[in-house]
Design a protein around this ligand. Structure first.
Ligand SMILES: Cc1ncc(C[n+]2csc(CCOP(=O)(O)OP(=O)(O)O)c2C)c(N)n1
Ligand SMILES: [Mg+2]
Length: 357
């Protein structure tokens, strides 16, 4: 296998290979031995659907809770971007890690984070992942391989690269996924992290969720290249671009990149083209973009598209999908109940986790 691949090609269209089974082929043009078939059977499809709906409904509940005043402060919703979180996590196994950024609820939930404890954190309660001290942008859980969300734009990139270096030095076969936005791709940390990961052939997937905006500024006003994935050439690594609203395409691409990383082929830069349906954060009135543009992206909604696809291909039935929707509804309700009934942190513990013991 050559040390570095330069391009990965996927079958653009899934083919139905048998009853209730979809299959994707992914091959690397410079490393033909890297060949992946990603299959999605009924069980996998239902899990994917459930996980995407969980992220959506969790954040829709948050939106209502902010409006009612039950939760204060702010949060950044990933509604519209659920396919990237679920597609990428679907390619990972125990021993792999994910590090996120400020728009991180979906990444944490897709990794198996407990909605009750994320909700409790947003309520500022003791049972939250950070004991109620961190809020939306400061949650983590090593149990599910989630190294944390991060309020510093691009801040997760060097941390995730370091985690990958650690895995490699320990001789483990784990990989690290670093999620970041298109805005973060213009931070110095982007160059520093990807360059070193490429030189050291670290097992990292750098996953850029290109939702066209950094806060209120369109990517055309900040970034010379239209496709962030093209920057991979500068580091001599594989650059991939996928429809980030197509969960199957994201999954197939991630599985190939993970295989390459585990085989010692080094990092991949994956750009997922997507869109956030809501504003940047709670206070954003979306004056910088048109309602027409939003409507176009709503038509490409990742959950509705996957739902239609699964039904039209006979992968799952309406009843099976409705069952998952009910299950999600219950979990979200439980998370709110759990958060509301949990105690506030005690003033006695004010300084715990602030200073090292
Ligand atoms: C170092 C740093 N600079 C600026 C900010 C303010 N800030 C918060 S989010 C954001 C935009 C990030 O855009 P992008 O990376 O595209 O992520 P998105 O919000 O679109 O998901 C900025 C500039 C910050 N948090 N950290
Ligand atoms: Mg962005």
């Amino acid at each position: 296998m050559p040390a570095i691949c330069i391009y990965v090609k996927r079958a653009a269209k899934p083919s139905r290979t048998g009853q209730n089974l979809l299959s994707f082929m992914a091959t690397c043009s410079t490393c033909p031995q890297i060949k992946m078939t990603t299959t999605i059977d009924t069980t996998t499809a239902l899990k994917i659907y459930r996980d995407m709906v969980l992220i959506r409904e969790f954040e829709e509940a948050l939106d209502r809770l902010f409006a009612s005043g039950a939760i204060r402060g702010t949060a950044h919703f990933c509604i519209g971007q659920e396919a990237t979180a679920v597609g990428i996590s679907g390619a990972l196994k125990k021993g792999d890690y994910v590090i996120s950024y400020h728009r991180g609820h979906g990444h944490f939930l897709a990794q198996g984070g407990d909605p009750r404890r994320i909700m409790a954190e947003l309520y500022g309660k003791e049972t939250g992942y950070s004991g109620g001290r961190g809020g939306s942008q400061h949650v983590s859980s090593l149990d599910v391989g989630f190294l944390g969300s991060n309020g510093i734009t691009g801040g997760g990139m060097p941390i995730g690269t370091g985690a990958a270096l650690s895995l490699k030095m320990q001789g483990k076969d784990g990989v690290v996924v670093v999620f970041f936005g298109d805005g973060a791709a213009n931070q110095g940390a982007f160059h520093e992290s990807i360059n070193l990961a490429a030189v050291w052939k670290l097992p990292v997937l750098f996953v850029c969720e290109n939702n066209l905006y950094s806060m209120f500024t369109h990517i055309n006003e900040t970034t010379a290249v239209e496709d962030i994935s093209r920057r991979a050439a500068a580091y001599d690594i594989v650059g991939e671009q996928v429809n980030g609203n197509d969960v199957q395409e994201v999954l197939a691409c991630a599985e190939t990149a993970v295989l390459r990383a585990r085989a010692g082929g080094g990092p991949t830069l994956i750009e997922c083209k997507t869109y956030r349906h809501h504003g940047h954060s709670k206070s954003d009135k979306r004056a910088y973009r048109t309602r027409e543009e939003e409507a176009e992206w709503l038509d490409r909604d990742p959950i509705a598209s996957f739902r239609n696809f699964v039904l039209s291909e006979g992968i799952a039935t309406e009843e099976e999908l409705a069952d998952r929707e009910r299950e999600v509804g219950q979990r979200v309700e439980e998370s709110i109940k759990y958060a509301e009934e949990s105690p506030l942190p005690s003033p006695v513990d004010l300084e715990s986790s602030v200073f090292a013991d």
